[in-house]
Ligand binder design. Sequence first.
Ligand SMILES: [Zn+2]
Ligand SMILES: [Zn+2]
Length: 283
Amino acid sequence: DGTCFQFASPEICQNRSFVLQAIQATRAWWLLKFVSAELLADESFVEECRACAGFGLVFTFYENYSCSAMMRKLFKTTVASVPGGTAYQGVMEMLNGAEHGSTATVWFGDELVFGNSADDGNWIHPSGDCGRDNVPVPIGDCDAKWRSPVESRSARQEPDPGESYKCWCCHWIREVRKHHETGAIICCAVSNIYERGWVEEYSAGSSELSDADATALELPREVFRNGQPRGWGEGTIRISKGLSFHRKAPIHSDTRKPLGVGCRWERHVLDNLGFPVYAFFMP
Ligand SMILES: [Zn+2]
Ligand SMILES: [Zn+2]
């Protein structure tokens, strides 16, 4: 994986065309973390490297076991999306406990907030501000985005007209942007399987949804600007180090829907933020 670059010889680390080709091939512009000071001083070179990483979700090292953990050990890395469930808290602790690791999360406790869909799923929160965050709820006939209950961890109700509520999605998007702007590399975890044993111990699992299942369940398909990894949401994924895991998101016992609704919305947003986001199966 790309973090092997840390062991590259000084000749390689100052070889302009080698570095550029490596970034073109992997879309990992963070390889610049390992190059010589001389190359980094050349702004146009740095710009060229950034540009060839493009944007959206990057799946180059998706199946790698240790790449994201190594990134957190070596430079500022923020994991912006992790599936919920029993394993969630444990994953958060591991990520925030890493040397340069952090997470971009928002938490409102008992405060009622707007969420990522409205109008029975016909309105989906955009990749920028939605216009509901701290804005008084219109009185009378209103736009689709307002046709949604507000929820907290303990309650759910129709919003009161004239009242203002926060939107957790707007807050999360701002939080991710803030981490990016302060120089962190942004990552996204598609499962909450931190270690193999967590599948049994914490019911950790994947949040991938295949196109076939999306169609069958009338859910939005997961479309990514850089394409969907082969086998998405089907069968098993082989991770380096000889591990393999089920790719299909488990079905929620109450809603009968595949787990990871919030995660899939987050991935859709991360695909549209205008900078690359590195996706990994394992956190
Ligand atoms: Zn933060
Ligand atoms: Zn919003």
